[in-house]
Design a protein around this ligand. Structure first.
Ligand SMILES: Cc1ncc(COP(=O)(O)O)c(C=O)c1O
Length: 397
């Protein structure tokens, strides 16, 4: 059979799901000599030794067997302790389950709450990895565009709530946001909580960047659903070791959910990965228990880099953006740009710099590019200089 015939035997969603626009540009540019890539959502540091040393020791001890599907008790206790430290109240290990990355946490959560034809509401521009798996399982991501005006993104709550239908199962909120660098206020989160409670729908929270917060209130982390919700209500939070602790390649994350769901989630894990490798979980526990100083250092770098990027891009009249108050992305518009994918590829060709196209984050992202700025400072400055040069040559202001 040829490729087309084979593909025609797949499910309808599998046949039509497009590739992620981020991957499209990355594949286009990643082999170029000297490329400075800002397209992927990760920092430049490798995992610190304090977090991988326990992995090596675990191997040496022969911890290479099947393990607890919910996660080893040491890890779930470390998750509870970490949350107790950072969210100012007591958390219970029974609310946490280890997953294969934040992505598997999201996958399990949406499989649990939405089936064929069900809807999940997503403010956009949003990271594409909620909508993709929803479409693949025959559910419907419902995009609610946020509004960009006067250098700020705004979430229109009336519009968000008006998108609810009898098929709505959840509202998905990613704050601080990838790609926007925008963070929801406590008032936003409270209004969403009240609405979800009233309508009996789930809140699917993604707060993986909560520690990367530079809000004017000076708080050490972003406002969270954990500040205002009970752990046993209709709230599921997906999280990951990837960003805080420089562990993107480890593929380790966690789900935080009401205790009553733990046996259900365990079944999903059974039929998916059947559990995370115990040796990696040992390293994850070390990151949680010993990694606060490292995270603080990462956040300080992100803040410094944000200021460098903002200062440089402000020099160009054709560029518009919100000064990020969270995460480690800058989402900027270039006046007159109508095809962000074509432009991102052009910048690869002409400046040897890589950005992610805004259209990858939903229709509301067209006209924008996303830059991940958690990079080594010399590379960051060099990439910005090349991009500035490209702007001046191609789009004189
Ligand atoms: C908003 C958001 N949530 C979740 C994740 C998942 O992270 P991972 O699958 O690497 O653990 C990412 C990664 O880019 C992200 O940006």
């Amino acid at each position: 059979m040829n490729a087309q015939d084979l593909i025609s035997k797949l499910t309808a969603p599998a046949q039509v799901e497009p590739d992620s626009g981020i991957v499209n540009v990355a594949m286009y540019g990643f082999t170029r000599p000297g490329m400075i890539a800002f397209w992927s959502g990760e920092g430049n540091l490798p995992t610190p030794e304090a977090f991988y040393r326990p992995v090596v020791e675990s191997f040496i001890k022969g911890e290479t067997f099947y393990t607890h599907q919910r996660g080893i008790p040491e890890l779930r206790q470390a998750l509870a302790d970490y949350h107790t430290r950072h969210y100012g109240r007591a958390f219970d290990p029974d609310n946490f389950l280890a997953t294969g990355g934040g992505m598997q946490a999201i996958q399990n959560a949406i499989q649990m709450i939405a089936s064929d034809g069900d809807e999940i509401i997503i403010p956009t521009p949003a990271w594409p990895n909620y909508a993709g798996p929803l479409r693949l399982q025959g559910s419907r991501p419902v995009e609610v565009p946020m509004h960009f005006a006067n250098g700020a993104w705004a979430l229109d709550l009336e519009r968000l709530f008006a998108a609810v239908t009898p098929r709505t199962k959840a509202i998905c909120i990613n704050s601080p946001s990838n790609p926007l660098g925008w963070s929801a206020s406590k008032a936003d989160l409270t209004a969403i909580r009240d609405f979800a409670r009233k309508h009996g729908i789930w809140i699917l929270g993604d707060e993986v960047y909560s520690r990367f917060y530079f809000g004017k209130d000076g708080a050490a982390r972003a406002p969270s659903f954990l500040d205002i919700c009970d752990t046993e209500e209709q709230l599921i939070l997906c999280n990951t070791f990837s960003k805080n602790w420089a562990m993107t390649g480890w593929r380790q994350g966690w789900l935080q959910a009401p205790k009553a769901l733990a046996p259900v989630i365990e079944r999903f894990i059974q039929y998916n990965t059947s559990g995370s490798p115990v040796f990696l979980q040992r390293g994850c526990a070390a990151a949680l228990n010993e990694g606060d100083a490292f995270v603080d250092q990462q956040v300080a770098t992100a803040r410094r880099n944000r200021d460098i990027v903002v200062e440089e891009l402000r020099k160009h009249r054709q560029i518009r953006f919100q000064v990020p108050d969270g995460a480690f992305y800058l989402f900027f518009a270039i006046d007159g740009m109508t095809d962000s994918l074509a432009t991102a590829r052009r910048i690869v060709d002409e400046a040897n710099v890589g950005f992610a196209p805004g259209a990858a984050f939903g229709a509301a992202g067209e006209g924008f590019l996303r830059m991940c700025y958690l990079k080594e400072e010399t590379k960051l400055r060099e990439g910005l200089a090349r991009f500035s040069g490209w702007l001046e040559t191609h789009l004189p202001s």
